[in-house]
Design a binder for this molecule. Structure first.
Ligand SMILES: *Cc1c(COP(=O)(O)O)cnc(C)c1O
Length: 375
């Protein structure tokens, strides 16, 4: 167990591993002894349980969250010449997957206090080429789905939820991944549901779409090694699925531990200086993948916490629309003012289920001292 005076880690899986090592190793051993290393019973078991957990009829495992979005777009027939509305305040992979499909991402700005897609701006971004909307459930909280679903219905668009950061989050009691045509998940190790390597999945309640997603991850083959269409290799690894089967059983406990840390921050940091705390939507259950605060003095706060032995991160320091790799999309500084302001002012504090409470209290104490000292 970490000492109170140790460095406060931003994220760490070693505490979880120490606690459940025997079970993880037994799961890996079970796969190695099973005689079937690819698309075996662990993947089938995980897909069944993930679908049930998310409130969808089907889940299809793939090798990353990026591929989950890409295969969702492909399965919905979206590609070259099509526009996909999403946010620039996201991880690069959301946009990378849209580009890989051949479609053009169109960015709308986000809400200042939730960091999520501003539903009031979406309608104006719809053109005759728009085919799909991809809201990103950033930080562990779902975007405002009621107005988004309404726009999708009225304009005849497809809806893909980027659930990479929000497995288990709810909006009006319904889980992420149950709202869209497809929900796309990442199980990258840091995520709320994290594997011990790369992994992802898609959820859907449409049986034909589920069958197509299944084909697309396996060279376009349904059976008999005959490709029905052009596909990919994007299988969820059997070993990672075995790990995820264990993790899924514990996801509610892990999320509840994250919420306990968030409560320590919420209570300890309320009303401190010009610090904005994450706002939870009225209809939302937040999974706290990230606990992201905002302040105009972000850089100095980050430096100060670093000197106090507290690791923090910026999610994300560069909005995607201003990255060199996406300059061809033609966006300029000033196009998404809230997103750009957030990139200069947000800071994510340490949060993970095993974060010792005394460490969270040390973070609170240090942040309060920073603002009191007016540094
Ligand atoms: C992690 C993440 C992804 C992609 O997941 P990978 O498994 O790393 O490919 C997509 N979108 C968001 C918002 C993410 O945080």
């Amino acid at each position: 167990m970490p000492d109170v005076n140790d460095k406060v880690r931003y994220w760490d899986y070693l505490g979880d591993y120490a606690l459940h090592r025997e079970a993880y190793l037994a799961a890996v051993d079970r796969v190695f002894c099973s005689g079937r290393l690819v698309l075996g019973q662990e993947v089938a078991h995980f897909e069944k349980d993930l679908a049930a957990y998310c409130g969808a009829a089907f889940a299809v495992g793939v090798n990353s969250g990026t591929d989950a979005i890409l295969l969702a777009l492909k399965a919905l027939g979206i590609g070259g010449g099509d526009e996909v509305i999403t946010v620039s305040n996201t991880a690069v992979p959301t946009v990378a997957a849209i580009r890989a499909s051949g479609a053009t991402p169109v960015f709308v700005d986000v809400e200042e206090d939730t960091y999520l897609m501003d539903a009031s701006l979406v309608e104006a971004a719809v053109t005759p080429r728009t085919r799909c909307l991809i809201p990103v459930h950033l930080c562990g909280q779902m975007a405002d789905m009621a107005p988004l679903k309404e726009i999708v219905r009225r304009r005849g668009l497809k809806l893909i939820e980027d659930c990479a950061q929000a497995c288990g989050a709810t909006y009006r009691e319904e889980r992420a991944g149950s709202f869209g045509n497809v929900g796309a998940f990442s199980f990258y190790p840091t995520k709320v549901l994290g594997a011990f390597g790369d992994a992802g999945a898609m959820t859907t309640s449409d049986p034909e779409l589920a069958a197509r997603l299944r084909r697309l991850r396996f060279y376009g083959i349904e059976k008999g090694y005959h490709a029905e269409e052009e596909g990919f290799n994007s299988r969820l690894d059997e070993v990672q699925a075995a790990i995820l089967n264990l993790k899924l059983v514990g996801i509610e406990a892990a999320a509840s531990a994250r919420r306990d840390i968030a409560r320590i921050y919420d209570e300890g940091l309320a009303g401190v200086g010009d610090l904005g705390l994450p706002v939870v939507g009225r209809d939302c259950r937040h999974q706290y993948y990230l606990y992201t605060v905002r302040t105009p003095r972000r850089d100095r706060l980050m430096e100060f916490l670093g000197r106090e032995g507290i690791e923090t991160k910026i999610n994300y320091p560069h909005p995607v629309h201003l990255m060199r790799g996406y300059s061809a999309l033609g966006y300029r500084e000033g196009d998404l003012p809230v997103t750009e302001r957030l990139a200069r002012s947000i800071l994510s504090l340490p949060i993970y289920p095993e974060l010792p409470w005394p460490h969270a209290e040390r973070v609170v104490d240090a942040v309060r001292r920073f603002f009191r000292g007016g540094r």
